[in-house]
Design a protein around this ligand. Sequence first.
Ligand SMILES: [Zn+2]
Length: 71
Amino acid sequence: MPVANGYCVKCKAPREIRDPEQITMKNGRPATEGRCPVCGTRIFKIGAPEPAAPPERGEAPASPGETGTRL
Ligand SMILES: [Zn+2]
């Protein structure tokens, strides 16, 4: 299960990011911003919150019987 984890500088420990929000840094890279569930300090982590590939290319999953050519 994809859980956004970041490092809390106040707890000095890795924490799960609460209310993760995907933002874009000035250099165009995705980042995740949220809060520490323990102390509420802002946690910032470089990278998208969910690394799972989002289906954006419109590639429908192969349905049996529709197309006979599958690898
Ligand atoms: Zn904390």
